[in-house]
Write a protein that binds this ligand. Sequence first.
Ligand code: SAM
Length: 297
Amino acid sequence: MSLQELKEKLGIPYYEDEDILIYSGDCLHLLDKVDPASIPLTVTSPPYNIGKEYEKILKTDDYVTWSSEWISKIHRITSENGAFWLNLGYIPLDGKAKAIPLPYLIWQHVPFFLIQEVIWNYAAGVAGRLFFSPRNEKFLWYVKDSENYTFNLDDVRDPNVKYPNQKKNGKLKCNPLGKNPTDVWQIAKVTSGKNRSSKERTAHPAQFPIELVKRIILASSNTGDIVLDPFLGSGSTLEAAIRTGREAVGIDIEPQYLEIAIDRIKKVREQIILEKSQKSLFDELSPRENDYKLQAG
Ligand SMILES: C[S@@+](CC[C@H](N)C(=O)[O-])C[C@H]1O[C@@H](n2cnc3c(N)ncnc32)[C@H](O)[C@@H]1O
């Protein structure tokens, strides 16, 4: 399905540019308008039911029912070889758990096939006194067909190899593109606060890092594919899609966040134009000037 065909199904977007559609509204309604088996990749982080400013706390059972409802809708619209990456955290469970991983609660309700749970390990966070300081969230990598799914490992290899030139029987032991990045990803959280705010920080209270979404998109989709984020927030998925040459659709129920996402996309577009013009200027310089620039750093 092309982005134009998707637009015909979803109706007039809140905002669009050449590769992006943004919709305002409840994703549970909008997802019903999308054709079955038409979306190659969904990457998202829904509300965790922990009382953030964009959520009304539900009873745990109701939250699980709601989760199972929207996840089934994602399953219906996912392409036969498509994938669904779901970021979830923890919630307290009365008399049962101080912080239970949300994947434990929804496990039985997800119709996808689980390829892997990836641990997102971030460096900063609250300090525990009577428990270990929490430093991870989960990303669940689901696919529709366990035998037929996209995995572009070479596009996400980690070039940080300790002994890149080590050989066995005359052959390099490690792939020259780098090593498999494993199922534990150490990527810094988007932080806020005076003197410690991340460069990519927006005013959204639960933004996930662009590096993380980029890795998922590169690994689980191909150039030109459509990527969906039904809980768009600040638009991290859209920025990552633009930067990796994909098309993307985002939905959020709160127009104030859509405005943040739109502002962000416009800035990314401007930045890309600037980077391209700087590159072509650099390419136009004579080889001697380029040598000089390289030496000068
Ligand atoms: C955890 S945040 C997503 C943050 C996002 N990953 C980012 O990087 O900024 C969840 C978002 O879901 C939105 N939301 C909550 N219920 C929704 C619904 N029914 N349909 C669409 N969006 C919804 C909230 O407004 C919030 O922005």
